[in-house]
Design a protein around this ligand. Sequence first.
Ligand code: SF4
Length: 422
Amino acid sequence: MSAAATALPMPSTRPVLRERGQREVFCGLTSIVWLHRKLQDAFFLVVGSRTCAHLVQSAAGVMIFAEPRFGTAILTDRDLAGIADANAELDRVCRDLLARRPDIKALFLVGSCPSEVIKLDLANAAERLNREFYPEVRVLSYSGSGIETTFTQGEDNALRTLVPLLPVDDAPQLLVVGCLADVVEDQFRRLFEALGIPSVHFLPARRARELPPVGKGTRVLAAQPFVGETARALIARGATLLEAPYPLGVEGTKAWFSAAARAFEVSDAHLSACIEPGVTRARRSLERYHPLLAGKRLFFMPDSQLEIPLARFLGEELGMETVEVGTPYLDQQMMACELARLPEAIRISEGQDVEAQLDRVRESAPDIVVCGLGLANPLEAEGITTKWSIELVFSPIQGFEQAADLAELFARPLVRRARLML
Ligand code: SF4
């Protein structure tokens, strides 16, 4: 295995506009929507208010007759007034749930904003419930609160809770970190196998109980930019983080596989033989989007943390011009390779002061704004074309085979707007 893999990429020194005003970003509970689809034996129990229940249900579009793998233990007025013993209530809800649903093998207690929830020690509750239910069910806890987390940070918190549970194994192996749609994971696994990388695992696996090993021989390849805390917890367990951009678009995917190939001393010739068919197909599939997107100006509001890699892909491969790329927070370690590829002319902003940012949107008159649902309708009403950032998290967009689908997500609203203008 190569020593080229480094533990800590150097932070970028380019200027960043830091804003700490009012923000319009989803909280970390939203991550449950894709986490519960991925982890097929897990249940996510939000401990929160009716607002939390509404958020998760409407984000997921759940049918009321379905047996979903998430729910909310809603704190009632009695809990809020401190009359009921919230710990006893929580234990009762968990017991009822686990008795009714023997398919649940991992139960995540997810914390939220209300002060009564903050006062509840969910880590302690998980420990208490583990004494009763482990090994049949593993109970874990993390925070998805909007005070502490934005949108995709919920996934990072959930994955980080799994890291201390991973078995030790110092053998050379690749660990891909971050939720991927199953179809993408299968494609990636086939390519890693073709490259001859000895042992490849994914975190999360499709079942929460399948825990990949970690140790000194583990090379971590992040599939998502928002898994920084999980990556650092893995580094603390002896793993090494590979420097790579994210597998978005042809060039990002190529560089991502190249990083894995270098770390496992796969020859350039073999790497090319394995990935070139995918590269050629993906480049060809992107050709039709170039005339639709080249020269179009983009503005990213902060939301999913995918903004910087997306701006890189849309600029490098489709000729789009990003005016500003906003990100809820800038993780220099996880973003080093992406920042190095982003043109200096693009303004990077971190955090948000929504009114000031909306003024910059109006002033720069971009062709398309990527933003959360709450801002999309008002901007559309002003005649500004938008793309919902949440769609970019829910859709399979990584890898060679999905490059054109990713371009399509940006082309569609522009084509629709052009038709309306006829
Ligand atoms: S921001 Fe807080 S109160 Fe609102 S849905 Fe998220 S966790 Fe619940």
